[in-house]
Design a protein around this ligand. Structure first.
Ligand code: AMP
Ligand code: ZN
Length: 270
């Protein structure tokens, strides 16, 4: 697959980026988000990097150094969101407290905190869009995971461009690799010889996502694409509902469904 062409097709078809909009690429340091930054920059878009240092020991330190070097070499500005400066603790401490107090495990906590910090960070640097490295495999896994958990509504907002442009307080999230399978991103990153780590997050073990990834190992590109595209057909009419009733968190001011946003509900506990 010609990933660069597929990304350009997705951007044009779904109008992910217009004119010289400023696109902050959420960089984890992994192959997906690194490839997104590289490709968008190569295609001439106005990009910058936005990375959260989660303080996951050596893993975070190496990822951060890699991204600092990568952005420097590309001549792209990078903003680091320092979790300890923002919340006073690293992610392991936060997860440990929540496991004990609320029996909350898995990647949910990390996901909520990342989304909260990235939306705030993107607004702070004046970004028009926030690009993530989610690929076709991630999206197909999400469809199945939400279905199996009986949470289909959770996923209706997942699309190449998430969240309407007009939703106040949200920086629209875009996924340029939405139709690119993980195996192709891996090949691309290796061919380009990106100096990055290829390991999965050390925290993501024993989770539903890991199980789902295993089940889906034998499913080919066409089937994954069908899962994602067919889900989009169901999701489209439901999507309008997803942003109904969104107001603002009384604690942090970020968009929220209830009085407190999901992140602030977590912060109350730590
Ligand atoms: P994950 O939830 O770890 O599978 O990551 C999904 C996407 O979220 C990545 O492709 C990145 O775009 C973004 N992301 C994950 N971790 C970070 C981080 N520490 N800083 C910034 N963006 C991140
Ligand atoms: Zn809040």
């Amino acid at each position: 697959m010609d990933i660069e062409a597929e990304v350009l097709r997705t951007i044009r078809e779904y109008r992910l980026i217009e004119g010289d909009e400023k696109v902050a690429v959420a960089l984890s340091g992994g192959k997906d988000s690194t490839s997104v930054l590289y490709i968008l920059n190569k295609l001439g878009y106005n990009v910058c990097g936005l990375m959260i240092d989660l303080y996951l020991g050596e893993w975070s330190r190496i990822h951060r150094e890699n991204m600092e070097r990568f952005c420097r070499e590309l001549g792209v500005p990078l903003t680091i969101i320092d979790l300890k400066e923002e919340l006073g603790q690293g992610i392991c401490f936060i997860k440990a407290v929540l496991r004990k107090k609320k029996n909350l495990t898995g990647c949910t906590v990390c996901g909520i905190i990342k989304r909260w910090l990235l939306n705030r960070g993107a607004k702070r640097i004046g970004a028009d869009k926030l690009a993530t490295g989610h690929n076709l495999d991630d999206e197909a896994q999400n469809v199945l995971m939400n279905f199996l958990k009986g949470n289909i509504f959770l996923g209706v907002n997942s699309a190449p461009a998430t969240g309407g442009k007009k939703v106040e307080g949200f920086v629209q999230r875009i996924k340029p690799l939405f139709f690119v399978p993980e195996s192709e991103v891996l090949k691309y990153a290796k061919r380009k010889k990106f100096k990055i780590l290829y390991d999965k997050c050390p925290c993501a073990f024993g989770t539903y996502r890991v199980d789902t990834r295993e089940w889906m190992r034998g499913i080919g590109y066409d089937k994954k694409r069908q899962i994602v595209e067919n889900f989009q057909k169901i999701a489209l009419p439901l999507r309008r509902r997803a942003f109904e009733g969104v107001s603002f968190c009384k604690n942090c001011g970020e968009p929220s469904r209830g009085e407190l946003c999901n992140a602030c509900k977590i912060f109350v506990e730590i």
